[in-house]
Write a protein that binds this ligand. Structure first.
Ligand code: ARG
Length: 668
């Protein structure tokens, strides 16, 4: 990779220059050289060359020398002549580097001939376990589950391609309260016949019904306190208002601030009351529901009892669980098939049940766990609340299972790294988990919470339908496919292709673009930020969308088939491409950066770097396509030269999309 190579050369130069300039006793270490060398980056503006180093400025401070002098010394020591033009020092001490065209051209040709596109193999090869998707089953999958599934899958594919040993594990929530809910639901409201004929619908009906009854009773219980809070907030606003009206001028600013805070609190508490009242009004309009809810006042406790019985091995509940689980698995497997995601292992929470008592024993023996108010807790420095590993009633918790899972994974897989691709809101859980791991001496194992933000609706709140229920994942996928079909499969477009697209092709295009759109839009944002779910934008052919990149691939592919290019062979007897046109050079250079962008994905566990890169590549190709005719170049040598760039574009786009889990379409 070019960036690696440049950084290595800088490291050497840095060590040399440090020896000359440093008067201080403190040694300039290899790690120092590495860290300054990492300041070599691609430029954002081509007028500064292709790469730029800004390490002369901090170094100048360190050595007490003028930055331009340090930069000049570095340039003298730098040995990059065989692939760069003489480096230039600019401004306060930037070092600008411009690659030589023959080097770019030869590298591009070599990349085209390499199955791995010049990437890896990783050194050292790490064993990376990725815990992702991990939905709580027995309740319907919703759009929130997309993120973990899509991000985790993209990371797994990318790290594997880079040469690491990746193990994927779906830590299925198959043992939690939601099973207590469907067990309770089945015992009281279940329909044996529906369970046999359409189990998924029946289970989902039971889950929703029980959830609704619990929600209703919670709302009834919460209302008085919510009203009280709203009344207090409104009184507080009133007195804050008076303070503003009659207070000392000196306190005016403070009083105004207090009033703003009070108003905000008042509006939040009133909104909460309105929300509860509205939900109760909806419920009360449904007399049948109210009758049912009134007959099940203790439902929340009963659900916990059913869950506890299941965990204790009660034969009736265990039998129901065994009956329900396969259907839950079928349902999520259908989604995984549609998304083209699979796992090496699916070891759900239930798998660890028998190990939980041992976890508590191990923690006690290590002197980490102690009894507190009847529960078993691990107290950790830096946290307000302890990690509870066993409740007063003997029940184990999510954290206990995660510890068991960690011990098991360590034993069975000896990974170098475990990634948990889980919602940001579980941040504290993982901080505690990692702190316990650390205290148990697992510090060699790198544990990372690869957190992600929330999917928002058009209103900026967590994505929900109008009725308030989360949007089912499958219906969302269906809608994306339907919209994609409307955008990319219109008869006018497909008639222009020879031969015109047939029904099968149209269907697979709509599938690839629809599913691709959802994945791409999710991956396009840095995982830690929230994003708005907007299907219309997602399936558009314009802008940073999968359809745009997929379309670029289809165009590239079209040229290759018209030109009779065999992509597997073309590198064998091709010459390095001519890069006289700026668009040719820019495309070639962009293509060469494929490996660099994968390194970025790896460093930050963030697939959006790959998305951005593919978008840049598709744009660089569009500019090339506009200004550099290929088959009609009018000169056979030039056509051949440009076909090298076209073929490499095809390979990079296809490989890149594949690493995101997105399919390419030969024509569209
Ligand atoms: N099932 C959990 C949830 O839906 C996510 C599990 C993530 N993985 C883990 N090892 N905790 O919130």
């Amino acid at each position: 990779m070019i960036l690696d190579r440049l950084r290595q050369r800088f490291q050497a130069a840095l060590s040399l220059v440090a020896g000359q300039l440093s008067q201080a006793e403190t040694a300039f270490t290899k790690a120092d050289a590495e860290s300054y060398a990492s300041m070599v980056r691609p430029t954002s503006d081509p007028q500064f060359g292709d790469y730029q180093a800004n390490c002369a400025m901090p170094l100048a401070k360190r050595f007490g020398k003028p930055p331009r002098e340090v930069a000049a010394a570095l340039v003298t020591a730098l040995d990059v002549d065989e692939f760069c033009h003489p480096p230039e020092v600019a401004g306060p001490g930037f070092i600008n580097l411009r690659l030589r065209d023959p080097f770019i051209a030869e590298s591009a040709l070599r990349m085209l001939g390499d199955q791995r596109l010049g990437v890896g193999p990783a050194s050292p090869v790490l064993r990376i376990l990725i815990d992702f998707s991990s939905p709580n089953v027995a309740k319907p999958m919703h759009v929130g589950h997309i993120r973990s599934t899509v991000i985790g899958d993209a990371l797994a594919r990318t790290f594997r391609f880079m040469g690491h040993e990746v193990i994927t594990d779906n830590h299925l929530g198959d043992w939690g309260t939601q099973f207590g809910m469907v067990i309770y639901g089945f015992k009281h409201f279940g329909d044996e016949e529906s369970l046999q004929t359409d189990p998924v619908t029946e289970l989902s009906r039971l889950y929703r019904l029980v959830n609704r009854v619990i929600g209703y009773h919670n709302a009834v219980a919460e209302l008085p306190a919510a009203r009280q809070a709203a009344a207090e907030a409104s009184a507080a606003t009133e007195s804050a208002r008076q303070a503003v009206a009659s207070g000392e001028p000196a306190a005016a600013k403070k009083n105004q601030k207090a009033l703003t805070a009070a108003v905000r609190k008042e509006s939040a508490t009133t909104a909460r009351v309105a929300e509860i009242e509205a939900s109760l009004a909806v419920a009360r309009a449904d007399t049948e529901f109210i009758a049912l809810a009134s007959a099940h006042r203790e439902i929340a406790t009963s659900v916990l009892t059913e869950t506890a019985k299941l965990h204790r091995g009660d034969s009736e509940n265990l039998a129901l669980w065994q009956r329900f689980l396969p259907h839950c698995r079928d349902e999520i497997d259908r989604v995984y098939r549609r998304l083209d995601v699979d796992f090496d292992h699916t070891l759900g929470e239930s798998f660890y049940h028998d190990m939980l008592a041992g976890v508590v024993t191990r923690l006690r023996q290590a002197g980490l766990a102690s009894d507190s108010e009847g529960a078993v807790c691990v107290f950790l420095d830096g946290f307000d609340a302890p990690m509870i590993v066993q409740k007063k009633d003997g029940a184990y918790l999510y954290a206990t299972t995660d510890l068991a899972t960690l011990f098991y994974r360590q034993q069975r897989f000896s990974p170098d790294e475990i990634l948990y691709v889980v919602d940001t809101r579980q941040g504290e859980h993982f901080e505690k988990l990692f702190a316990v791991a650390d205290r148990l001496g697992l510090s060699d194992l790198r544990l990372r919470h690869v957190n992600f933000g929330t999917v928002l609706g058009a209103d900026g709140r967590p994505f929900k339908t109008r009725s308030g229920a989360s949007v089912g994942l499958e219906s969302l996928l269906d809608e994306a496919v339907a919209r994609a079909s409307a955008v990319v499969c219109d008869p006018e477009r497909s008639a222009k292709l020879t031969p015109p697209l047939d029904a099968d092709e149209l269907r697979s295009i709509a599938d690839a673009v629809g599913h691709g759109a959802i994945k791409y839009a999710d991956l396009a944002h840095h995982r830690s930020s929230d994003y708005r779910f907007d299907l219309e934008k997602m399936v558009s052919l314009e802008g940073n969308t999968s359809a745009y990149v997929q379309y670029a691939y289809a165009r590239v592919n079209g040229i290759m088939s018209k030109g009779g290019v065999d992509i597997e062979r073309i590198a064998d007897d091709a010459k390095p491409p001519v890069l006289d046109a700026p668009a040719e050079r820019n495309l070639a250079l962009t293509l060469l950066r494929f490996g660099e962008c994968l390194e970025q994905v790896r460093a930050d566990y963030a697939p959006n770097f790959l998305v951005d890169y593919l978008y840049d590549t598709a744009k660089a190709y569009a500019i090339f396509n506009d200004s550099c005719p290929v088959l009609k170049a009018g000169d056979e040598t030039l056509t051949k030269s440009r076909l090298v760039l076209v073929a490499l574009t095809a390979r990079v786009l296809r490989q890149g999309l594949e690493l995101l889990g997105i399919k390419v379409i030969p024509r569209m």
